[in-house]
Design a protein around this ligand. Structure first.
Ligand SMILES: Nc1ncnc2c1ncn2[C@@H]1O[C@H](COP(=O)(O)OP(=O)(O)OP(=O)(O)O)[C@@H](O)[C@H]1O
Ligand SMILES: [Mg+2]
Length: 313
């Protein structure tokens, strides 16, 4: 493994931490999803630095960033862009919407109507926008961070199962610890507002992806993933278990995690760390189980505890 690249990855995390206190696991999750070509859903209450985190993440990678606040009156073209008629030339020209960026923060995705949500999900999948028969490719990389408020409010449009499945990870942002919050206060009451500078270049990102491609995964680890996924399908509290797409996402993200941890092979610990983020938004409980207070996160941890961990020697 290239020592200097690993050092850069460490420096990258530190750079994001110049602005954002805590949330190590979230920053790592974003990086893993980005390098494995996935997108991320973040759940968190207002005011815990979701915007700051997404923006700092993009800045430390020298990637372009834009943010869209999803609201009930949004229409698909507010996201994708529109054709504008130019009376001088007598022609239509395309005005790019906010999706034409590297990192798009889709804030409160479940406040926009389904048509707008599916327009975004189409962009995520196809990496292009088609308007009036003309196709406009999105920049590369194109990475979506969508946020959701955990408190169900009136007038929200929950994402349908088929659509949440498009997100590689769902990450949960909890309140910071008291110590972290104190550090945040001291950082932001002073006059020098932290500035985040680019640490990883697009060449670095490409090299990281190349190295991820070389990470190996032995059949025992495939079996470990399949055992976990299978357990979600067999559990009697579960109505909808994890899909084969989920298995694949676990495998891909585990490889990326192995690389950023400086290994050239996937260890079961990678799988174990990745699984909760891939499964928490994909498993649906039976109504009875929900009434009994079963929580998907706890169920996944329980299944992980029960699944024998393979020994690689
Ligand atoms: N862990 C943290 N590290 C650094 N700053 C923080 C942290 N938590 C909160 N803040 C500060 O709180 C403010 C709010 O952050 P931000 O706007 O990013 O929150 P948000 O989660 O996007 O909120 P909203 O849901 O309302 O959009 C920022 O000024 C930020 O500096
Ligand atoms: Mg915000």
């Amino acid at each position: 493994m290239e020592e200097s690249l690993l050092q850069k990855i460490t420096a990258f995390k530190e750079e994001v931490h110049k602005a954002v206190v805590g949330y190590d696991e979230i920053i790592e999750g974003l990086l893993i999803a980005l390098i494995s070509g996935g997108h991320v859903l973040i759940e968190g209450v207002p005011g815990i630095a979701k915007t700051l985190l997404a923006k700092s993440f993009a800045q430390a990678l020298s990637l372009s960033f834009s943010r869209v606040q999803f609201t009930p009156d949004l229409v698909p073209s507010d996201i994708t862009g529109t054709s504008i008629f130019d009376s001088k030339t007598g022609r239509f020209s395309f005005k790019e919407g906010p999706v034409f960026t590297n990192v798009l923060l889709a804030d409160e995705i479940n406040r926009a109507p389904p048509k707008v949500q599916s327009a975004l999900l189409e962009c995520m999948q196809e990496k292009r926008v088609t308007v009036d028969g003309n196709s406009h490719p999105l920049p590369e990389p194109f990475f979506v961070i969508a946020t959701e408020n955990p408190i169900e409010m009136e007038g929200v449009y929950p994402l349908p199962e088929a659509q949440v499945d498009r997100f590689m990870f769902k990450l949960i942002m909890k309140y910071p610890s008291r110590d972290e919050e104190k550090i945040m206060l001291s950082k932001y009451v002073s006059r020098d507002i932290p500035v985040v500078s680019p640490v990883l270049s697009s060449e670095d990102l490409m090299r990281i992806k190349e190295l991820v491609g070389m990470v190996t995964m032995v059949p025992k680890v495939f079996d470990y993933i399949l055992d976990i996924v299978d357990a979600t399908r067999k559990d009697e509290r579960v109505m909808l278990g994890a899909s084969p797409r989920a298995s694949l996402q676990i495998a891909l993200a585990s490889k990326a995690r192995a690389m950023i941890k400086g290994r050239n092979y996937v260890s079961p610990s990678d799988v174990k760390a990745i699984v909760p983020h891939v499964l928490r938004h994909r498993i649906m409980l039976k109504p009875e189980a929900e009434l009994e207070g079963v929580k998907v996160d706890n169920l996944v941890l329980e299944l992980l505890d029960k699944t024998p961990i393979p020994k690689l020697v």
